[in-house]
Ligand binder design. Sequence first.
Ligand code: ADP
Ligand code: MG
Length: 327
Amino acid sequence: MGEFDLIRRYFARPNSAAASVSVGIGDDCAVLQPTPGMQLCVSSDMLVEGRHCLSTVDPVRLGHKSLAVNLSDLAACGAKPLGFTLALSLPHVDEAWLAGFAQGLFALADAHGCPLVGGDTTRGPLNICITVFGEVPTGQALLRSGARAGDELWVSGTVGDARLALEAFRGSLALTTDAFDAARLRMEQPTPRVGLGLALRGIATSAIDISDGLLGDLGHVLRASGVGARIDTHIAINLIAINCSQICQKSISEDTNLLDFVLAGGDDYELAFTAPAHQHAAVRAAGVSSGTRITRIGNITAASGVQLVDANGQARPDLYASFDHFA
Ligand code: ADP
Ligand code: MG
């Protein structure tokens, strides 16, 4: 199968024309039409086999994840998806793989009204690079730099389970079958929080999506905003869905605990965001209207750095030290 046949068979779809797409696949450029008064938000993410995904991963899930990690960046800016491009390097033409990949990719694309508008296809090591385009009302993009002392700190969904799955794959711990399947789903098929991002426009002061671990990504927000944070660990620990009884204890090393996975896990694609305390009810309403679980885990502080505080208000520096656990 030639390059053009491959594109036609798996990626060019007749009815992919949305209002925002004047010209889609087939010409030298896609031509997009953002809504007047909106700014364009653009982001790229690359998935490289061996580094970001395992060669054994189900192609349907890989198609989903390739787009999900990109939509997650739009979500973190409060942007509405307009379309995406796909640059694909394939070692060989495997039709079953392509069909599965396209199925997972388009299921998520359709769910978000985000059509594939172009790309590039070449032979080489498996490499999937997607660029997403979205729009946000001028001046309203949620940025990393907007957090202010006194703001509340929130996190969507669940955090830490994807990393738990990765460790189970690596054999450093073992999970019960049900827990492993659930954690694996979080790792292989993350949910981009696009609806929540849209609902937080004009309410949140800053946002970021958690791809490299909660503390690491929160650190980007704190530095960009010139502030610090206090995290209540007895609340944050509930962000992980899997509980201790689902982990086969003998395989867990003494210095590993679930809070490490919450704070330094990665691959979660949840949103960490800040909002003024007086917007507490509006933030809760944004969670409800977008059907997204949200948890307030702490506050933004004027003093820089992250303070981890337990239920009694005692600092937990020992846990912060374990932030490098996965380095
Ligand atoms: P060019 O020579 O201008 O780079 P190509 O021959 O690479 O164009 O691609 C032809 C058309 O197919 C273009 O519209 C391009 O955007 C689209 N295309 C190529 N690869 C993909 C892909 N993997 N997914 C979607 N569209 C693609
Ligand atoms: Mg090309």
